[in-house]
Design a protein around this ligand. Structure first.
Ligand code: GLA
Ligand code: ZN
Length: 656
């Protein structure tokens, strides 16, 4: 495992660079990332490039054996650029231009932005093409699928729609534009959703396409830039850093042309005290690994209290700097860069804390980081080992967008059920892959397919054949609801999944923040809310019934033998215990490997390879705890991560 830091030479005096580099070397830092916001220093005036200062910084690190990740600065064009092209900023939904003064103002679809981005990227990559110090490129920074409402974007959107549907009749049909006399009679009428976002008043099929379009444009920008870098630096891997934001591009497509995944990881500096909230963060790590089902990097990792636009937050408690980094490794990261080496003394982010405080006196967090660097070196053996999972959870960006457009019921959120299912499996010490609903399912024993909402015929077919051939599937309410356009399907729910579920929904009640009890056959009563599917079994066995409301006694959770496999259906959004219960039954029945009796705060992940099994045992709680792992007693201090190894004869045999 490699540890690095994010560093901003342009923000410090040169005398500090050497001191910093010396200390990094001494501490065991292996990588620095630089330059993602430095355009005004790299091209201070149009067409005048200055790489001398960056060369000096690169050399200084290289001389100390520290690899350099260089970034293209395309998220922050300098002010001379905006002065020349005032309309190259993004346009807001109200038609007003974004004001400069912060960062990331540019519209990625504006031709002048493209021209200038192309030039700086070409100059920069040509300049560093032969430099062995550069070990990777990051393009742009946290590029989002922004909604820009400028004329260029409007034109691109029109092209996108034309390209997808070909004729106005086809668009009108797909969007159901007849409602409220919205039928297009010319292409010019295809406009951006001005002034209404995020309003559910707009047509949901059209809005889903608009989100898909915004994602496609961000991805096109990534591909375009990656191609420029690949051409000049063919031997150096290229990535971009993503995060979980309001407007996420479809990560699965975004990384297709990139060489590795990187992710900005800011877990809670003060983890939730309630047991039910544990593990929720690991979901994201498992999702990042699931993007390519390969190891990934953390390009920015929590290093101190957060604060900038918001008031300052708590400092990470002792153990978390080290613990969270190792947690990322346990879930598939093989490189983690901490954001940032030192807290900025200038600029808007001066309260977003790095490893070292403003004083430049290394303290508690830095010492823990230094200890992490040592542990990471010692973990060299586990590098390149695999995370093999028997369980997967499906995720889809179409659903992510569609649920944002129509949030179903009061308090409903797409990610809640995937997270609870994940937490249920993590509680059993299982590795879980969070993967695209477009992925192949072979090799898994259990696949959770929560909220298969927007129609995806291929995914539905894969789930059917997976179950028929002996797999276990867990489906939930809001499946089979829409067609691929985001229009409601005219069939009893769960639509295409009805046969495999062995039950249909006679009516649903979006109860929102109300709750209703659900009684399992052994008498256990749990609570559910948000949305209740009233199920009529037609072959499925009833595992739980509603214990309240006018649908008391009706089926809420079912199980169906389908082909050689089993299909569970959870008809209401339940409390965590409901997922724990269904998942543990499914896991035991499917014969998947799990670790019984883990305390709720203990997370276990297994990496295998080189004839060994590495158990990463993480106590994500401020309390001491102890547990049994494979017949061994493991005691853990607050937030402690312990790594236990054992011989893996089976694995070794399987690998041959
Ligand atoms: C993001 C950005 C960083 C920095 C951090 C903290 O992850 O990529 O540049 O702004 O947030 O605010
Ligand atoms: Zn635009």
């Amino acid at each position: 495992m490699r540890i690095g830091v994010d560093y901003y030479p342009e923000q410090w005096d040169r005398e500090l660079w050497i001191k910093d580099a010396d200390l990094m070397k001494k501490t065991g830092v292996r990588l620095v990332r630089m330059a993602e916001f430095a355009w005004c220093r790299l091209e201070p005036r149009e067409g005048e490039f200055d790489f001398a200062w960056l060369d000096e910084a690169v050399r200084m690190f290289a001389d100390r054996g520290i690899g350099v990740v260089l970034c293209t600065p395309t998220s922050c064009p300098p002010l001379w650029f905006y002065e020349k092209y005032p309309d190259a900023v993004m346009t807001e939904q109200d038609g007003q231009r974004t004001r400069t003064g912060i960062r990331g103002h540019r519209c990625i679809n504006h031709p002048a932005v493209r021209r200038h981005c192309q030039r700086i990227v070409e100059e920069m990559t040509a300049h560093y093409a032969e430099d062995p110090a550069v070990v990777a490129w990051q393009l742009d920074n946290e590029l989002e699928a922004y909604f820009c409402f400028c004329d260029h974007c409007a034109e691109r959107f029109r092209d996108w729609v034309k390209n997808r549907y070909g004729t106005l009749e086809a668009v009108n049909r797909a969007y159901g534009n007849v409602v409220w006399s919205g039928e297009y009679s010319s292409w010019e009428q295809v406009r951006l959703p001005f002034g209404h976002y995020p309003s559910a008043w707009l047509n949901p099929a059209y809005m889903l396409d608009h989100s898909r379009f915004a994602s496609d444009r961000a991805i096109e920008f990534v591909r375009w830039q990656a191609a420029i870098i690949h051409e000049r630096c063919p031997a150096v891997p290229v990535t971009t850093n993503v995060w979980f934001s309001e407007h996420m591009p479809d990560f699965y497509k975004e990384f297709e042309d990139l060489d590795f995944i990187s992710y900005d990881n800011y877990p809670a500096a003060r983890p939730p005290r309630e047991d039910a909230a544990y593990f929720s963060h690991a979901f994201r790590l498992d999702m990042m690994r699931g993007v390519k089902r390969r190891p990934f990097w953390v390009m920015e990792q929590l290093s101190g209290g957060l604060g900038c636009w918001a008031p300052m937050g708590r400092m990470p408690e002792p153990g978390l700097i080290r613990g969270y980094s190792l947690q990322a490794f346990a879930h598939g990261a093989d490189t983690v860069l901490h954001f940032r080496w030192r807290t900025a003394n200038i600029g808007a982010e001066m309260h977003w804390h790095g490893l070292i405080d403003h004083s430049n006196v290394p303290g508690r967090r830095f010492n823990e980081f230094a200890d992490l660097c040592k542990t990471a070196d010692a973990l060299g053996e586990a590098r390149g080992t695999a995370i093999l999972s028997e369980a997967a959870i499906l995720f889809s960006f179409d659903n992510e967008y569609a649920f944002k457009i129509q949030p179903q019921t009061e308090g409903y959120s797409y990610l809640e059920q995937p997270r609870r299912l994940h937490r249920a499996m993590a509680g059993l010490g299982m590795n879980v892959d969070v993967i695209s609903s477009g992925e192949d399912l072979s090799g898994y024993r259990i696949v959770c397919a929560p909220e298969m909402y927007v129609g995806d015929a291929a995914a539905a077919e894969r789930l059917h054949s997976f179950a028929r051939e002996g797999g276990t599937v867990i489906l939930t309410a809001r499946s089979g609801v829409k067609d691929k356009y985001n229009n409601a399907v005219m069939a009893p729910l769960p639509g295409v999944y009805r046969d495999m579920v062995g039950a249909y929904v006679s009516e649903y009640d979006p109860i929102g923040r109300d709750t209703v009890s659900v009684r399992f056959s052994d008498g256990t009563v749990l609570s559910a809310g948000q949305l209740c599917d009233i199920l009529e079994p037609e072959g499925a066995e009833t595992l739980a019934v509603y214990d309240g409301e006018y649908f008391r006694g009706k089926a809420a959770v079912t199980r169906h033998r389908y082909g050689k496999g089993t299909v569970y259906y959870i008809g209401a959004v339940g409390e965590q215990a409901m997922y724990d219960r269904v998942v543990s039954e499914a896991v035991k029945e499917a014969g998947a490997e799990y670790i019984p009796g883990l305390p709720p705060s203990v997370e276990v992940t297994v990496r295998r390879g080189k004839g060994k099994k590495f158990y990463f045992v993480f106590n994500l709680s401020p309390r001491e705890t102890a547990t049994d792992i494979k017949g061994r007693r493991v005691s853990l201090a607050p937030y402690e991560m312990k790594i236990i190894t054992e011989d893996d004869r089976e694995g070794a045999a399987a690998q041959k």
